[in-house]
Design a binder for this molecule. Structure first.
Ligand SMILES: Cc1cc2nc3c(=O)[nH]c(=O)nc-3n(C[C@H](O)[C@H](O)[C@H](O)COP(=O)(O)OP(=O)(O)OC[C@H]3O[C@@H](n4cnc5c(N)ncnc54)[C@H](O)[C@@H]3O)c2cc1C
Length: 505
């Protein structure tokens, strides 16, 4: 029997699993696909307060997100980094005084931040902007590897005793004698089993209202499912900073340097009528993103430059269906179904998570855990704000990298940099005992060796090619089609049934 069964292995489910398992509760988390297979790997990957949300007077959310931005930069220093943004002043869009006021407020809302403050800059001769842009505003935010943040939360939860079951769907749940009975389905074998839990957390992201769970009453505020898409093109500017571009529909588009050689451009806001798992970019969205770039950059990419695209779906609480998606709140809701006064013994509690951001996921999990502990009458203190995520226990990246560079001097700098950025101190788990490049095993391209893959399979629940190349890493951008086919064939020869193994435990 478990204290808590969590449905959903995105950032919200895994953060709650981490926090509650660290408080001593017995946790099972089930995820119907791979960890981070949905919204949590399709974000813009920003740790940000959300400058734009100030226009909607979302001061609580912006303040919390700015504080959490610093917490993540501190607790996951390998996955996160500071990112400077330039916002070109466009005479036809928001007035300069409004932008300046917004940035002052943004700096002020996290007054104690060590990140550089906002300022005004003049584009230099190297600038990719059209010549008519004569002024930009600069400010700081953060960047994070979204999918790896999910994996690290799951790993920490597991280290604290949580059972993590990827590729396991919750097919239904019902209350019986004061407990939850939850039917789980192994998505690989079709095998089913029922487990018992004192409490249930529905962290199914865009599927939150589709889970077959009896609720007391439908929530008065319906959810709107809003799709956001990104395109990836070859890098078309040399600057290290990212861009925030204003469009004439009041929306903004991020243009972010990504994975050394690429640029990430997004996002859009379109109602998603279909299955969130099948969301993909439309022609209209692609045109929209390319047009915004053309409005600002003289060497903007064209449709032929698009290498890759991805879409994610946000569940947003909506007051009306006619409200524009861009103005819907990005704040989250934790909805607790309290046991009714009569029949407490018969009523197992349910907590549903609606909305949220990667940036505020730790704070969301902390609030959720406090509610859970209160309901389950379990006393334990908050702990995650000051505890590094797995691999984040080092003082500076430069120090860690130079220490590892002297220990593994035969390893190419680019490969070591990626290991340090992805795994932090944990990269020694698979480097240990290796004395030459040959000891890392077969090379699959772009510095991906068999030893790392085995680590991902054994420690990070990786099963498929996509798990390895698109979520545990972004090597899918760097490996050729032939290299990917070779890796797929190699993986299929291994015949490891990780899920069957996990189900037997
Ligand atoms: C386009 C876009 C850009 C964004 N950019 C940013 C950003 O830059 N910064 C930021 O802070 N936030 C950003 N966000 C928000 C952030 O990505 C989301 O708030 C966050 O990923 C939501 O996580 P989640 O865990 O609620 O949902 P998800 O990641 O979708 O996880 C829910 C999981 O539940 C699983 N599931 C569903 N049903 C079942 C079932 N029956 N059984 C088992 N498992 C089930 C799904 O497979 C899924 O993996 C962005 C969102 C979008 C859409």
């Amino acid at each position: 029997m478990y204290d808590l069964l969590i449905i959903g292995g995105g950032i919200n489910g895994t953060s709650i699993a981490r926090d509650t398992s660290g408080r001593g509760l017995r946790i099972l988390l089930c995820e119907m696909g791979d960890l981070a297979c949905a919204t949590s790997s399709a974000s813009s990957k920003l740790l940000h307060g959300g400058l734009r949300y100030l226009e909607q007077c979302e001061f609580r959310l912006v303040h919390e997100a700015l504080v959490e931005r610093e917490t993540l930069l501190r607790t996951a220093p390998h996955l996160c980094r500071t990112l400077r943004f330039q916002l070109p002043y466009h005479p036809g869009r928001r007035p300069a005084w409004l932008i300046r006021t917004g940035l002052l407020l943004y700096d002020y809302l996290n007054f104690y931040s060590k990140l550089p403050r906002s300022c005004t800059v003049k584009p230099d001769t190297e600038s990719p902007l059209h010549k008519n842009f004569t002024q930009s505003f600069e400010y700081s935010d953060g960047w994070v590897d979204d999918a790896r943040l999910v994996i690290l939360n799951a790993m920490d939860a597991h280290q604290h005793g949580a059972t993590i079951l990827p590729r396991t769907r919750c097919s239904r749940a019902w209350r019986s004698n004061g407990y939850w009975q939850v039917e789980l389905e192994n998505r690989q074998s079709g095998q089913r089993r029922t487990v018992k839990s004192r409490m249930l957390v529905n962290a199914a992201g865009p599927w939150v209202d589709r889970i077959a769970v009896p609720v007391q009453q439908n929530h008065p505020q319906p959810m709107r499912l809003v799709r956001g898409s990104h395109i990836v093109v070859p890098r078309f500017f040399n600057d290290q900073h990212a861009w925030l571009l204003q469009h004439d529909d009041q929306r903004i588009v991020f243009v972010i340097p990504w994975e050394q050689k690429f640029t990430l451009i997004g996002t859009t806001d379109i109602d998603e009528p279909g299955d969130p798992g099948q969301a993909h970019i439309s022609e209209e969205e692609t045109k929209y993103l390319l047009q915004v770039c053309r409005d600002y950059f003289h060497n903007a990419p064209g449709p032929e430059d698009i290498l890759y695209s991805f879409s994610g779906v946000r569940p947003l609480p909506a007051t009306s269906t006619s409200q524009h998606a861009r103005t819907l709140s990005r704040d989250y809701q934790l909805i607790l179904e309290q046991p009714p006064k009569q029949g407490i013994q018969q009523y197992a509690p349910l907590l549903s998570v609606r909305g949220g951001k990667l940036t505020t996921s730790r704070a969301l999990a902390e609030q959720a855990s406090n509610k859970i502990c209160q309901v389950l009458q379990h006393s334990a203190d908050n702990w995650t704000a000051s505890s590094p995520l797995p691999g984040g226990d080092f003082s500076t990246l430069t120090e860690l990298q130079s220490q590892l560079a002297s220990q593994y001097s035969w390893l190419a700098d680019t490969v070591l940099t990626r290991y340090v950025r992805s795994y932090g101190t944990l990269c020694t788990n698979f480097l240990q005992g290796c004395t030459s490049i040959e000891s890392l095993g077969e090379h699959f391209g772009a510095g991906l060796y068999a030893r790392e893959i085995q680590y991902l399979q054994q420690q990070e629940w990786a099963v498929s090619l996509e798990d390895i190349l698109w979520r545990r890493s972004k090597l899918g951008l760097h490996l050729s089609v032939i290299q990917q086919q070779h890796l797929r064939a190699w993986l299929s020869k291994q015949k490891i049934d990780l899920i069957a193994e996990l189900w037997q435990r």
